[in-house]
Design a protein around this ligand. Structure first.
Ligand code: ATP
Ligand code: MG
Length: 553
């Protein structure tokens, strides 16, 4: 792949890390982490963050942790955690340590006690709604809660009783005591703990209070000795809070938060809430549906890990929001497969062709190259016989201008085999073409016909030797570039995002194709064996990407 050969391009985060190493800012250490919330499968946006965090560590002899940010038990699950681990591994990365924010619940609690003791946190009895009202707006300062000046003793007592389960959900919260008039609303006494009686996938019912994201994240980073805490731009306004918490607690390590622009990909949605809705409402077959922008979906569609890493390197890392065209992602896999995928012949919409002057039981076998430019990829045997299938589209009774394929009375070359001529078109009672009767020129195997030019070359398979297959033609899930801008993103679903072809015929050599193996079907596109539904009895192929970018027009 180009990434491994080309020198990596720099970006502002690489520059910051290099400068920090030069100045020995974090004692010459680089430690990053990828911190997903296990409330859904990872998507291509996460891949950007994964590649960034892991490569920054790898390039600098540092470490990268996987940390589950599991502080919202209602929406999280073990299934999602397992999927996340699988996907990070599949992308080719190995974490130094695997942690959970929930590993730190006790420490987080003790740190909160410390904040109360230093007069930097208080227990508030305002309701969530009241807190919202008191918060003020961008133009007006907030209002202090009547509980703000509760004594330290009382705060300690209430907080301990919150933990002990003496109060109802929502009856109290713990808030950081910062500045209700701050121009940054995140600093107006943010809530750092709330009471919530829910089962947690790891700590079960041990806790009925849960720490909030902003409070948890910075402390988890500090506990793990993270040096560079990379996150997306929407957290820029949270950085003062990140630093405030760590300054107040005087943690031994104070990581540096650096924000970068999130990946926005055209024709996709990336919010986990929306992806979840697509799955639960069955607009797609699951999180790994090949139309989903999830890692699992891309994998099932036939993307390779290196194509995704290559894509993430290509789009770069900046501080400016921008939209990436789906074609950029598709190009990364197209280039990879053009380079590495063996070629095969597959007829997706078969038309039967009988070669009348070919002996009834004769069979020939050709050695056809697996890759036109790569002899080292070898050849495979492709049998030929009296009856073959060609694509319906490769024959036209009334050809459009410049049609170079088969027409009545015309000739075409069968790839790697003979030139055939269409002698007769057989139709059923309804007028549909059901068969072509053809002749072949025995002097055209591996050489040009004499005295005439035959321009067209089409793919084919032998009727007697080919095997049946189902082929799923996937297209973009949405019909507009930015479904999030629609009133209802579901209205933007592309109704033609999946076409299932059940009567396909593929060349015999594919009978041993393993799940997830990838091929170029000559002249039709790149395909991979479906990892879920394909069996030895019934092969199923997914189209990964077309040969050319047909959407660019
Ligand atoms: P959602 O709001 O849909 O749940 P999220 O951003 O909260 O998504 P997390 O699981 O919290 O998802 O994200 C884990 C990490 O991946 C975070 O550091 C986050 O910034 C990063 N990330 C998420 N989406 C993108 C994206 N589109 N581009 C780059 N990084 C992303
Ligand atoms: Mg999140």
């Amino acid at each position: 792949m180009s990434t491994s050969e080309n020198p990596v391009s720099s970006n502002f985060i690489r520059q910051i890390v290099a400068a920090d190493l030069a100045s020995n800012k974090h004692n010459g250490k680089v430690a990053t982490r990828f911190p997903p919330e296990p409330n859904g499968y990872l998507h291509i946006g996460h891949a950007k963050s994964i590649c960034l965090n892991f490569t920054i560590a790898l390039e600098n002899g540092g470490t990268c942790n996987l940390r589950f940010d599991d502080t919202n038990p209602e929406k999280e699950s073990v299934e999602f955690m397992e999927a996340i681990e699988r996907d990070v591994h599949w992308l080719g990365f190995q974490w130094a340590g695997k942690y959970h924010a929930s590993d730190y619940f006790e420490q987080l609690y003790q740190y909160a006690v410390q904040l109360i003791k230093s007069g930097d946190a208080y227990v508030d009895s305002l309701s969530a709604e009241q807190i919202r009202q008191y918060r003020g707006t961008l133009t007006e300062p907030g209002k202090e809660s009547p509980d703000r000046n509760r004594s330290i003793e009382e705060n300690l007592d209430l907080f301990q009783r919150m933990r002990a389960g003496e109060f109802a959900d929502g009856q109290y919260v713990l808030r950081a005591k910062i500045d209700m008039a701050s121009p940054n609303i995140n600093m107006r006494d943010p809530t750092i703990y709330r009471i919530r009686r829910v089962h947690h996938q790891r700590t079960a019912h041990e806790w009925c209070i849960y720490p909030m994201y902003d409070y948890t994240h910075c402390i988890s980073d500090a506990i793990e000795g993270i040096t560079h805490s990379l996150c997306t731009l929407e957290f820029e306004d949270h950085r003062p809070l990140y630093d405030w918490v760590l300054d107040k607690l005087q943690t031994p390590c104070h990581p540096q938060q650096i924000e970068f622009a999130r990946l926005q990909l055209e024709y996709a949605v990336m919010s986990k809430r929306k992806l979840n809705q697509l799955v639960t409402e069955k607009h797609v077959g699951g999180w790994d549906d090949p139309r989903m922008p999830t890692i699992a979906g891309l994998r099932r569609a036939g993307y390779t890990p290196s194509s995704i890493r290559d894509f993430c390197e290509r789009i770069g890392v900046t501080k400016k929001d921008s939209w990436i065209k789906m074609g950029v992602l598709e190009n990364s896999i197209r280039e990879d497969l053009n380079e590495h995928a063996p070629r095969r012949m597959a007829v997706l919409k078969p038309l039967r062709v009988v070669i009348d002057n070919y002996a009834d039981d004769a069979v020939e076998e050709y050695d056809i190259a697996n890759h036109p430019q790569k002899p080292e990829m070898g050849t495979r045997k492709v049998p030929f016989g009296k009856v073959v299938y060609i694509e319906q589209d490769d024959f036209a009774e009334v050809p459009p201008p410049k049609f170079k394929r088969l027409v009545p009375g015309g000739e075409v070359r069968l790839r790697g085999s003979y030139v055939i001529k269409c002698e007769e078109v057989i139709k059923d009672e309804a007028g549909n073409i059901v068969e072509l009767r053809c002749s072949y020129d025995p002097n055209t195997l591996g050489k040009n016909p004499e005295g005439r030019k035959v321009k067209g070359v089409i793919h084919w398979v032998s009727s007697a030797h080919s095997i049946p297959a189902e082929v799923r033609l996937y297209d973009r899930l949405f019909k507009v570039p930015n479904p999030d801008a629609e009133a209802h993103f579901l209205d933007a679903l592309n109704p033609n995002s999946l076409e299932i072809l059940t009567g396909c015929r593929v060349e015999a050599s594919l009978n041993s194709a393993e799940p997830e193996s990838r091929y170029q079907f000559e002249r039709t596109g790149y395909f991979c064996v479906d990892s879920v539904d394909s069996t030895a009895e019934k092969l199923v192929f997914n189209r990964t990407v077309t040969l050319r970018d047909t959407w660019a027009k």
